[in-house]
Design a protein around this ligand. Structure first.
Ligand code: SAH
Ligand code: SF4
Ligand code: F3S
Length: 476
């Protein structure tokens, strides 16, 4: 898939991730329940995973999911606050939903997720069509809140929790192709990067019971799934201890437990924080063939002064040292991707160049790239001036995107002429005669279908590539 460049964001997601982020419900439960829920998700994979938990809670309350908003008795938008544009998208969508609500006044509209948490009950005043506002730690209260709305009131619960992990809730897999599933392993974030709203919208960091994660992976295998992605804002700081304190599990140990569930289950994870990723994690990845050799390791900037202002707690040297450790323990082929922010407060041209040279050094397979968007209440908004003009931010971002296209192509060319083990996720976007899947390094591979099907592992000889995709032929 070629990336779509729109100057705020480069879309280098796999078709799978892109489909998940298509914001529509992809699976209908259709079990004959009396009421119907339509849910759209925005933002990161955590939100998509949360929507599956919400659907499960609502299913117990007598709601089937529907992919047709006109059928819905209840519409949920699970929202993101990470950049101003993300919030604007949701506000525009609420405007469109107003049209459906006019046709069907009894339809309830709820805003969930990070925007709900950030704006709290002011959302009810600003957006008249909204009936309920529910933060990410309050989904167990949804049945009560719905009752309040049924009784003619508006309802709000934005309490954050130090314990909630929804460990016992069995998600309804809305965003899945039956091959690959998301599993949340922790919630919240304690890092306080100065640009970031997540610690305010998601609360304190907490890790989920290791054994409930393993049980979920086992259940997925029993249902035929072939891949799990362990999700958290900062998976390397995962830390869980049993109640009696006799056992504690760090991220490397958790990875090992999940890898041991089934050698045919691929294990992925996201996101790794450069300050926390340990050699122990890298050696665990090396030890198990089914842990994918791919690490999302957001740098944000290549300049140490900017990193300090961002409160990332590592500098350029530390970051490069971690990259060297990855290359020496896991080899040159290990996939590495990043997130980059262009035009953070006070960033100079020379400092921006440091980001480009870091990208040259690391040779990322792909990146998610943004220009800085000030978020109210964050450390940067309170302490620093958002002083880089928008045109400059956009020009720097365009240079970062250009650099990434170069390195993506370099990296993909290395893959040409080799055989890759691909897990098939479905048909390619362009043709039902071709299949699409990902290799170990998370790259999309397209090849003629022959007798292969979704869920198969296929050895594919890659003969060609573009910036975002490898093209090949199945070999037996
Ligand atoms: N926990 C992950 C990031 C989650 S947010 C980590 O620490 O790497 C996803 C990405 O959005 C961030 O990595 C950052 O690149 C971007 N982002 C976050 N806040 C932003 C802001 N205010 N403006 C622009 N981009 C932002
Ligand atoms: Fe935000 Fe930093 Fe936490 Fe990532 S680690 S979610 S960027 S505060
Ligand atoms: Fe957005 Fe919240 Fe995720 S702000 S990126 S949905 S944690």
């Amino acid at each position: 898939m070629d990336p779509i460049v729109d100057l705020d964001f480069i879309d280098n997601r796999t078709p799978e991730q892109a489909a998940a982020c298509d914001t529509k419900v992809t699976e209908e439960t259709n079990t004959g329940k009396t009421r119907k829920l339509y849910i759209e998700s925005y933002g990161c994979q955590m939100n998509f995973s949360d929507s599956e938990i919400v659907s499960s809670i609502m299913f117990e309350q007598g709601f089937d999911t529907t992919s047709d908003i006109e059928q819905a008795d209840l519409v949920f938008l699970n929202t993101c606050s990470i950049r101003e544009k993300a919030e604007q998208t949701v506000r525009n969508r609420l405007g469109q939903i107003n049209y459906y609500k006019k046709k069907k006044p009894e339809m309830m509209v709820g805003v969930l997720g990070c925007m709900a948490e950030r704006l709290k009950k002011s959302l009810l005043e600003e957006e008249k069509i909204v009936d309920l506002v529910v933060g990410p730690d309050a989904y167990r209260d949804l049945p009560n809140l719905i009752n309040e709305v049924d009784g003619g009131q508006k309802a709000v619960n934005v309490l954050l929790s130090r314990e909630e992990t929804y460990a016992d809730i069995n998600p309804i897999r809305l965003n899945s192709n039956g091959v690959s599933a998301f599993v949340s392993i922790m919630r919240g974030c304690d890092n306080m990067c100065s640009f970031c709203v997540v610690p305010f919208t998601r609360g304190r960091e907490r890790s989920r019971d290791a054994y409930s994660i393993v049980r979920e992976a086992e259940a997925l295998v029993a249902q035929g799934y072939k891949e799990v992605t362990l999700l958290g804002q900062n998976v390397d700081s995962y830390k869980w201890a049993s109640e009696d304190g006799s056992e504690s599990v760090n991220f490397a140990q958790l990875l090992e437990k999940v890898a041991l569930v089934d050698p045919n289950l691929r294990v992925r994870f996201s996101t790794s924080h450069p300050k926390d990723i340990t050699d122990e994690v890298l050696y665990t990845m090396k030890k198990y063939d089914n842990i994918c050799k791919y690490i999302h390791l957001p740098a944000q900037s290549g300049n140490s002064r900017v990193l300090e202002l961002m409160n990332r707690t590592y500098d350029r040297e530390w970051y490069l040292n971690r990259v060297d450790a990855i290359r020496s323990i896991l080899g040159e082929d290990c996939g590495i991707s990043s997130d980059m922010i262009a035009g953070f407060c006070t960033e100079t041209e020379v400092e921006h160049q440091d980001t480009l040279t870091l990208m040259d050094y690391v040779q990322y397979d792909y990146s998610y790239m943004f220009f800085y968007s000030e978020r109210p209440g964050t450390l940067a908004a309170r302490k620093l001036e958002d002083d880089i003009p928008l045109e400059v931010k956009k020009r720097r971002l365009a240079e970062i995107i250009e650099k990434q296209r170069e390195t993506s192509l370099n990296r993909n060319k290395r893959d040409v002429g080799r055989v890759h083990k691909v897990l098939v996720e479905g048909f390619s976007k362009k043709s039902n005669e071709q299949l699409s899947g990902r290799n170990d390094q998370n790259k999309v591979v397209i090849f003629d279908k022959k007798h292969y099907k979704k869920g198969d592992y296929v050895n594919v000889f890659v003969h060609d590539c573009s910036v975002g995709t490898l093209f090949g032929e199945a070999v037996d």
